[in-house]
Design a protein around this ligand. Structure first.
Ligand SMILES: Nc1ncnc2c1ncn2[C@@H]1O[C@H](COP(=O)(O)OP(=O)(O)OP(=O)(O)O)[C@@H](O)[C@H]1O
Length: 964
């Protein structure tokens, strides 16, 4: 299937050329460039000849050389790097031309051909050329550099618009495909992938939700259909605010293309857990117009990708194929993310609530993530971010997560042991992806094995805990264990794979190797190789080559390898015997058999004056060089034996490489199971982290139900509480009780008295609760929140031509359009960005709409105490529900005035309305000059009898005059 796709996808994005990473084939990144520079210094690989490919135009130059663009660039590069062998990437090949082709064909033992440029006899130029497949380039170039001591320059081509190679870690790609024709015009297909881990998702979405999806996913790059590039398509509007690279491509795909996305197995489908609750990914089925998962083997409910999703998958796959070339990973069809099962948090809210990063500091510090993160693996941290940005709306799933948190919370020692084990695990998801991308070395292989062993140890530790609890007969409760069992039962036993790898791969331990002759470390390696006592450069070179190739496979891995190693061992022994024999025969103790690039296989005398007498008399030894003390000879017997050692060494290297490729294939075959286990461990990491968090921050288990209540007793803001603690202050907890009969609370109070904090903590507690975490409160019970909206903090967005007030209104409008009775809304100071009259009018209209149309749970903080009057508030003794809307209640914070003009904030919420903002106190605290504060005080006093809105222009002018 893949081949079909590849054939169909030959039409690629426009290409440009530049030097490339010889290891990865990816376009250079800042880091890879650096790395490459280092390699180039070490390995004589030159850098940066450049060429750009334009249509071939051939003409003969006066010197009889072809003058096509490619030919010119090759000659330019050759003259720029005269000391290098130049390899030029052309499609799937690296090619070498002219005289160098002859040399390379000899070195690599590949066929030399004759190529012609130009059409017609008049312009045809014949020249020598060799080429080899690009995927062999890493080893081939290393061979030329290391074995033949040649400098190599590589000229690479890659698509002009890709930024895939611009970073080591590619976070997410997202492709949104617009609807067409008679398809439902309100829906979109959305797919996204983390190329570094292979996590691939798809969902149906709408233009309204697209911005929220993007905010949650946080892609580095967005891929769109080229056909909408010049249009005013709503997708473009939705992504306009995003600070991401947007690529438009003309996809060479149809729905059928998706059939070529390679399925590894359906195993992964069950990997999605009761804890995670995401729908299963799809094994490839027959794709016609739509992709279906309806296969017998799938353990979970089949689902069907929509046509738009199918198109999005095709678009994204095309893009990856065009950019990753031969490093294109094997992809499973994506997991379906069903928005029905996730709390929708709009894009402003993700930013405003500082879930992933803080607004003030820009980084993670001060964010919810930073306060609650206790995960110890990077993949666990990624999962935590996903859970926090899209909490669940499934009570079953939330309960499963909470039960596991409770289970782990009550077993601190067990938790510590599991954490200790987890800390040693590698990011298996990323390693597997590396292998699927055709990368990965024996160290990765060993890391994977170690990780599989750690997984096994974790399972053993769990079994032990269960046995200990049963033995102690300490309230052993099988239902309590059910949450952990459900999670761990999803793991696949991969012990066999781990064993096979550890039996095959030896740790190359490069630090133990020394290229220099006769170093002290030689002995160690001789022992480990178990043959020959040779300390000559030929051997050092060969072993150096092994390490540089990153391969050391145990001989027992395959009969071929064993046989070759035995032959090699025998040859080394022959060499040792020959050396010993010659030393004795010619009475030359300093005689050694050596090889060097300049002299080939030669006999070396370290003390020539003493040892050369008898040797010189034997015509079998031909002197080839001498220095003050040393002398070298050609000796045919050694030359032949050395050559045999050399070719056998190369054969062993090739066999080890082949063996490694076999292992790589095995790892790739197990990729779904490896990923599945990795995901289980990620979930364990996050739940362990939640359990630890519950202990650290004294959190309680919330109770979640299917209603529209929100009852949090003495709730706290997790981040503000931590911030206060560092300065020795204590957070004042607050109770919020939203019920269907009192679902809208108006909060008034002085500046700086904790209104925004209360609003934010209300939202954060809902997020934590539905993520499966315990929450910062004395008690919490709440009905599922389907959508969370916030309108807090205002800042302008001049780049997108939006004033502060415009941003405020856009956000408010969106809430009024989208909130449902199951939603939770927090609104802070709506209407403050315009005149008092307009602001008041808009604030009232907003409340009116939220109460009577949306009917959602809302906290509405305001300094417009007049709103309370408009809403029918009388005084704090007024029973709830007695205003003009019977579901609106009033709460406030206040300041405690003390003797001597000092005051303190009471952050404690109480019923009622506070009409005093105490703004001047805050101004004073902020360091406003005393004179300015005094003038403000005079204005306030003057306005006490009659508010400013009621004064006409003349009255205001005379007031100003009086105060000046
Ligand atoms: N419950 C609390 N306990 C202790 N300190 C608090 C509490 N709530 C808020 N604070 C402190 O008060 C500061 C100001 O709080 P916040 O921004 O919520 O006030 P506000 O009423 O929204 O102010 P403004 O009306 O000026 O926007 C916080 O940064 C925090 O340091």
């Amino acid at each position: 299937m893949t081949q079909n796709l590849m054939q169909r996808r030959k039409k690629r994005a426009r290409k440009s050329k530049d030097i490339v990473d010889t290891d990865t084939g990816a376009a250079p990144t800042k880091r890879t460039r650096k790395k490459k520079d280092a390699v180039q210094e070490d390995d004589h690989v030159e850098k940066k000849p450049k060429r750009t490919v334009k249509p071939k135009k051939v003409a003969e130059e006066s010197d009889g050389q072809p003058s096509s663009t490619l030919a010119k660039e090759i000659r330019e590069n050759l003259s720029k790097f005269p000391h290098c062998l130049l390899l030029t990437r052309v499609g799937n090949f690296y090619e070498s031309y002219f005289e160098q082709a002859v040399e390379i064909s000899k070195i690599l033992n590949i066929k030399l051909t004759t190529r012609r440029w130009g059409k017609g006899p008049m312009v045809q130029i014949a020249f020598r050329c060799v080429g080899f497949l690009s995927y062999t380039s890493t080893n081939t170039s290393k061979f030329m550099v290391q074995q033949h001591k040649r400098f190599v320059a590589m000229c690479e081509e890659f698509p002009k618009y890709t930024s895939l190679g611009e970073r080591e870690t590619i976070i997410s790609l997202l492709s949104a495909y617009p609807t067409e024709g008679n398809l439902d015009p309100t829906t979109l297909g959305l797919t996204w992938i983390d190329v570094s881990t292979g996590e691939f998702y798809s969902k149906r979405t709408s233009y309204d939700s697209l911005r929220d999806d993007i905010a949650r996913i946080g892609p580095r790059e967005i891929v769109l259909d080229k056909s909408i590039e010049q249009s005013t398509h709503p997708v473009l509007e939705a992504i306009a605010e995003e600070d991401t690279v947007v690529s438009f491509i003309a996809p060479s795909y149809s729905a059928d293309n998706v059939t070529a996305v390679e399925s590894e197995s359906d195993e992964e489908s069950s990997a999605e857990s009761a804890l995670q609750g995401e729908a299963s990914p799809t094994p490839i089925a027959n794709v016609t117009d739509e992709i279906t998962t309806a296969q017998d083997t799938s353990p979970s409910t089949p689902f069907v990708y929509t046509t738009q999703e199918t198109s999005a998958i095709g678009l994204l796959t095309t893009y990856l194929q065009a950019n990753l070339l031969e490093h294109m990973p094997h992809l499973l069809l994506p997991n379906r993310e069903d928005s029905g099962g996730r709390m929708q948090i709009d894009s402003h809210t993700i930013k405003a609530l500082e879930i992933r990063e803080s607004m003030r500091e820009g980084g993670v510090r001060g964010s919810l993530m930073s306060s609650v993160k206790r995960t110890i693996t990077t993949s666990g941290t990624r999962l935590l971010a996903r859970w926090l940005c899209s909490p669940s709306t499934s009570i079953q799933e939330i309960n499963a997560r909470q039960s596991l948190v409770a289970f782990l919370h009550s077993r601190p020692h067990f938790r510590t042991d599991l954490l200790d084990l987890l800390a040693k695990a590698e990011d298996a998801g990323r390693i597997v992806q590396k292998f699927l991308l055709g990368k990965g070395d024996p160290n990765d292989m060993l890391a994977l094995t170690a990780t599989v062993n750690i997984w096994n140890n974790i399972q053993r530790r769990i079994t032990l805990e269960r046995e200990m609890e049963s033995l102690e007969q300490r309230s052993f409760d099988a239902t309590e264990w059910a949450s952990l069992d459900t999670l761990m039962n999803r793991m696949v036993n991969l012990e066999e794979l781990a064993q096979r790898i550890s039996l095959a791969v030896e740790n190359p331990a490069p630090s133990q190797l020394d290229e220099s002759q006769g170093s002290s470390s030689e002995a160690t390696n001789e022992e480990s190789d178990d043959y020959s006592q040779d300390t000559g450069p030929l051997r050092a070179e060969w072993r150096y080559g092994r390490v540089k190739f990153g391969i050391k496979i145990k001989p027992e891995f395959s009969p071929t390898l064993l046989e070759l190693n035995n032959i090699l061992k025998d040859l080394w022994q022959q060499k040792a015997r020959m050396e010993e024999r010659l030393q004795l025969k010619y009475d030359a103790p300093s005689l050694t058999l050596r090889s060097s690039p300049g002299q080939g296989m030669h006999v070396h005398l370290a003390k020539s004056k003493r040892d050369q007498r008898q040797l010189n008399a034997d015509p079998a030894f031909v002197s080839i060089s001498e220095t003050g003390t040393t002398r070298s000879y050609f000796y045919q017997d050694w030359s032949q034996l050395g050559q045999q050692i050399f070719t056998t060494s190369i054969a062993v290297l090739a066999a080890e490489k082949e063996a490694f490729e076999t292992l790589r294939t095995e790892v790739n075959l197990h990729a779904p199971s490896l990923r599945r286990n990795a995901r289980v461990l990620d979930e364990l990491d996050v739940t362990l982290a939640f359990a630890q968090l519950a202990t650290d921050l004294n959190l309680v288990r919330p109770s979640i139900q299917e209603d529209t209540t929100y009852n949090v007793i003495n709730g706290r803001h997790p981040t503000v509480e931590l911030g206060l603690l560092t300065s020795g202050r204590v957070f004042t907890p607050n109770t919020v009780a939203l019920t269907p009969s009192s679902h809208f609370h108006v909060i008034t109070g002085p500046n700086m008295a904790g209104k925004s904090t209360l609003l934010r903590q209300t939202a954060l507690i809902a997020i934590l609760a539905q993520s499966g975490s315990f929450v910062p409160a004395d008690a919490c019970s709440m009905g599922i929140v389907d959508k969370l909206f916030s309108r807090v903090g205002a800042k302008d967005d001049l780049f997108h031509d939006r004033s502060t007030f415009m941003v405020e209104m856009l956000e408010t409008a969106e809430i009024l359009r989208r909130a449902t009775p199951r939603s939770l809304v927090i609104m802070d100071e709506v209407g403050r960005g315009t005149t008092v009259k307009d602001g008041l009018a808009l604030a009232f209209a907003t409340i009116h709409h939220l109460v009577s149309v949306n009917r959602c749970r809302t906290l509405f903080a305001t300094h417009f105490h007049e709103l309370s009057d408009m809403l029918g508030y009388k005084d704090s003794s007024m029973p709830a529900g007695q205003g003009i809307f019977n579901t609106v209640a009033f709460h406030c914070t206040t300041v405690n005035e003390m003797d001597g003009g000092t005051f303190s904030y009471s952050y404690r919420l109480r019923p009622g309305v506070n009409r005093d903002s105490h703004g001047l106190k805050v101004a004073q605290l902020a360091g406003m000059p005393i004179l300015a504060v005094a003038v403000a005080q005079d204005v306030l006093t003057a306005l006490k009898s009659k508010p400013a809105e009621e004064l006409d222009a003349n009255e205001l002018a005379s007031l100003g005059q009086a105060l000046s």
